[in-house]
Write a protein that binds this ligand. Structure first.
Ligand SMILES: Nc1ncnc2c1ncn2[C@@H]1O[C@H](COP(=O)(O)OP(=O)(O)OP(=O)(O)O)[C@@H](O)[C@H]1O
Length: 618
């Protein structure tokens, strides 16, 4: 039988299991790994990494790392500790300062504030020539001179010198101070000159001369401060005359040579007066023919220099000048400072105040060698003293009385006179003393008005102020000095340093704002040991601060203080503390922060470069 055959069973050919067969052709193939197996592998791997790393580090590395960490930690701790300490210290300082401030009086606080202002306004540029400043030239030794005190004075002890200074109320400051000498002969002043001075009733040196002349003759830089009329002119003129005499005797000066010394003054009038003095003294010297004649030149604006061509044509010894004209002459090479050794500034504080500071530097730049520098004045506020001191070489400060103090030989009377009553009262006031009398006013128009009024009333009066021509000024001074006129009405111009004979009475018609000006003005009387009166009109127009300055000045000089001045309270006195002079103007009634001069000084300094060359003074 044919049987139906059963379908044939075929064996299905399966693909081989990937586990058993790796096909090289397929790179992307990843075999399956069970989760547990995978976790196991990962763990092993992690473990193996750790083991590997640890295996690469040495025990030393580990030690270093630990030490680094410790150090870092220590640093962190130290920093925090320091910060805490600093904070505590700052707190402590703050608390201490607050406690100190609480203890300080208002006066002390004001003083500190003043010192800060003073430091801020202090001139930074030294009083030296631009050339010296640029080259950094700094002299450390004083000028050498041949002058020596006589042996018996050199043999005196320091104590003896001190006692002599004490006797004459001379205060000195500086190194190796030459001895004070109490007669002209011992100062080695030529005998003819000593004789001449005696004929002018100048027998013994005044305190400023007693210490000032030996100091200047010894070649020392100095600041000489002494009250008005105390003979400062002779103190700085005698040494330069003696120096010129010595130089001329060694080798006579021929045309084009000299000068040996220069005296600078802030006004033409003062320069003229000083020139006349020097001329008188040098002429007296050469009179007997034992000493050579010295040539002195006056160098001021407003005059024709050709009038002095006879002097210019010879060797020059001493020049007395105002800054403007002197610079002009030096620039034109009419003479040089090649052999100039002595530079003296009279009314030195005024020179600086009036804006001559740059001119002075300019003048200094004409010196070829080291010079001896001397500064003289009756008033010299601390600001100017400090400034000058740093500009001089081993300077010596010679002080007779407080800088800016009034001359004690002047009887000071202060009267309250209403503005409208002043003119009439002036006539009455003129009756107090016989002539000559000087009347001061701050205002040029007022000077003219007063002169006109006096002339109308039959008083012989001349007037002088900055707007008058040089001829008018010279005429006024000559007429007044000679006694042809009884009264001179003047603005501030005539107050500085002018020495009129025997002024009986100074009337201050309008009180100057700055107390220094008052001191100079009343100082036209009571000169060279004589007494005089100063009457000052004040009223409600006079600033209270000026009145306070005046009150203290009167008290200092032991003068009668009128009740209306006594009744003015000083806010600083209530604050306690000592009353020192204002460092800018020397006034005793105020501090620097409300100094009337400070503003003026700054204004002047700003305007200084605009002042014309031919100002010759004011
Ligand atoms: N040793 C002296 N003995 C007597 N009189 C003197 C002596 N020295 C100078 N004098 C006279 O004193 C007067 C004042 O002198 P001087 O003009 O030098 O004063 P000062 O100190 O410059 O005053 P100021 O500050 O006002 O310029 C002059 O007339 C002068 O002749």
């Amino acid at each position: 039988m044919p049987t139906e055959s059963a379908p044939k069973r075929r064996r299905i050919q399966r693909s081989p299991s990937p586990a058993y067969k790796l096909d090289d052709a397929d790179d992307s193939y990843e075999p399956y790994i069970p989760v547990a197996q995978r976790r196991q592998a990962r763990l092993a791997k992690l473990t193996s990494w750790g083991v590997d790393k640890d295996k690469s580090r040495s025990p030393q590395d580990e030690q270093d790392e630990r030490e680094d960490e410790e150090r870092e930690e220590e640093r962190r701790r130290e920093k925090a500790r320091k910060e805490r300490t600093l904070l505590m210290e700052a707190q402590e300082v703050h608390e201490k300062k607050a406690a100190e401030d609480a203890k300080k009086t208002e006066a002390e606080k004001a003083e500190e504030a003043d010192a800060e202002i003073l430091a801020a306004i202090a001139s930074r540029k030294k009083l030296a020539s631009d050339l010296e400043l640029a080259k950094g030239v700094q002299y450390t030794e004083s000028m050498k001179t041949t002058w020596r005190p006589p042996k018996f004075i050199r043999d005196r002890s320091e104590e003896e010198h001190r006692l002599l200074r004490e006797k004459y109320h001379i205060l000195v400051d500086g190194e190796d101070i030459p001895p004070p000498i109490d007669n002209f002969t011992d100062m080695k002043v030529p005998d003819i000159l000593v004789k001449f001075l005696k004929s002018k009733r100048i027998f013994t040196p005044t305190p400023i001369q007693l210490q000032g002349i030996p100091t200047a003759c010894a070649g020392r830089d100095m600041i000489g401060i002494a009250f008005t009329g105390s003979g400062k002119t002779l103190a700085f003129c005698l040494p330069v005359i003696m120096l010129a005499l010595e130089e001329e005797s060694k080798l006579p000066f021929v045309r084009g040579e000299g000068p040996v010394g220069v005296i600078l003054c802030p006004s033409r009038e003062l320069a003229t007066q000083t020139y006349e003095n020097v001329l008188t003294w040098t002429s007296a010297l050469s009179k007997e023919g034992r000493y050579p004649s010295l040539n002195v030149l006056l160098c001021i604006g407003g005059i024709s220099m050709s009038d002095q061509s006879h002097v210019m044509n010879k060797g020059l010894h001493i020049v007395v000048a105002t800054p403007g004209r002197l610079i002009d002459m030096l620039e034109k090479k009419r003479f040089t400072f090649d052999s100039c050794k002595y530079l003296c500034m009279d009314e030195a504080d005024r020179m600086i105040d009036l804006g001559f500071e740059d001119d002075v530097r300019n003048i200094m730049s004409f010196f070829k060698h080291q010079r001896q520098t001397l500064l003289f004045s009756a008033t010299m506020p601390r600001k100017i003293q400090d400034f000058a001191q740093q500009s001089l070489v081993k300077p010596i400060l010679v002080n007779v009385g407080r800088a800016g103090a009034a001359n004690l030989d002047v009887l000071q009377v202060v009267e309250y006179v209403k503005q409208e009553a002043k003119m009439v009262y002036l006539l009455e006031c003129l009756q107090k003393t016989p002539p000559p009398v000087i009347i001061f006013s701050e205002n040029k128009n007022e000077v003219d008005d007063i002169q006109e009024y006096l002339l109308l009333k039959g008083v012989e009066a001349v007037a002088i102020h900055g707007s008058k021509t040089q001829e008018e000024r010279q005429y006024a001074i000559k007429a007044f000095k000679s006694g042809a006129k009884d009264v001179m009405v003047a603005s501030g111009v005539a107050s500085k340093g002018l020495d009129f004979n025997d002024i009986q009475h100074v009337i201050i018609f309008s009180m100057p704002k700055e107390i220094e000006d008052y001191v100079h003005q009343i100082g036209r009387t009571g000169r060279s040991g004589k007494t005089g009166i100063a009457t000052t009109f004040v009223n409600m127009n006079t600033p209270e601060q000026t009145l306070l300055d005046l009150k203290y000045l009167l008290m200092e000089a032991g003068q009668k203080v009128p009740p209306f001045l006594l009744s003015i309270d000083d806010p600083r006195a209530a604050q306690g503390g000592s009353l020192k002079g204002c460092p800018v103007c020397g006034g005793l009634g105020h501090g620097i922060s409300n100094c009337p001069k400070l503003e003026d000084t700054q204004r002047r300094q700003m305007a200084s470069h605009r002042i014309s060359d031919d100002r010759g003074g004011y």
